[in-house]
Design a protein around this ligand. Structure first.
Ligand code: ZN
Length: 202
């Protein structure tokens, strides 16, 4: 199983990171050891600035290579919400040196996944509203309608380079409002008006 994460898929987030709005999707991988399905997150000792990034996560349902965008919808049935935890201080250093991002993005438990899953047939995936509350205050509010590249385009693009397999997870990018977490924070993810997860920061 692999975890594929899309970067800069919402223009407001690209702006807040002082990054250019991409003209084609960009992605990176997290190892399977990054997967975190527990409702808690321990801040790692090697970072002083871990950020949350709330994202819609698509679960790949069958193997596919060089998938045509118009058939991409056949490669997933379910989605959920997740958090791409990012050691922003390490990432800044990687960016500065032109190094890969793995130490900032791929560390253990950095890919949180809500246990709740949602059936794609029940939702309009191109107009999905989601929100992150930190200590009961809204910090990120997104809609998949603002994605620069839609889910089916992302699947087509990634599968040109990397074969997708059943069980792979696609983190589809974060809207603006990313920020730091500290010990004791509580994060709640909402999909439309439903609570999808509650997570304690330890
Ligand atoms: Zn992300």
């Amino acid at each position: 199983m692999k975890i594929i994460c899309i970067g800069r898929n919402y223009s407001e987030h690209a702006k807040e990171m002082n990054a250019a709005v991409p003209t084609q999707p960009m992605f990176f991988l997290k190892p399977d050891t990054a997967l975190n399905r527990e409702n808690k997150f321990y801040i790692p000792s090697f970072s002083n600035n871990v950020h949350y990034e709330l994202e819609i996560v698509v679960k790949i349902s069958k193997v596919g290579k060089s998938i045509d965008p118009k058939f991409a919808h056949k490669y997933y049935n379910e989605f959920t919400l997740g958090i791409d935890f990012t050691a922003r201080d390490l990432q800044a250093k990687c960016k500065e040196k032109g190094h890969p991002w793995e130490i900032a993005k791929g560390f253990d438990n950095s890919a949180f996944l809500a246990s709740e899953t949602f059936n794609k047939e029940d939702y309009d995936l191109n107009n999905l509203n989601f929100e992150l509350l930190k200590n009961n205050e809204s910090v990120q509010k997104g809609s998949s309608s603002d994605m620069i590249f839609k889910i089916d385009e992302l699947i087509a693009y990634v599968s040109k380079f990397i074969t997708l397999k059943q069980g792979d997870l696609l983190f589809t990018g974060t809207p603006s409002g990313v920020g730091q977490i500290v010990q004791g924070d509580q994060l709640i993810g909402k999909l439309e008006d439903k609570k999808a997860f509650e997570l304690a920061v330890l």
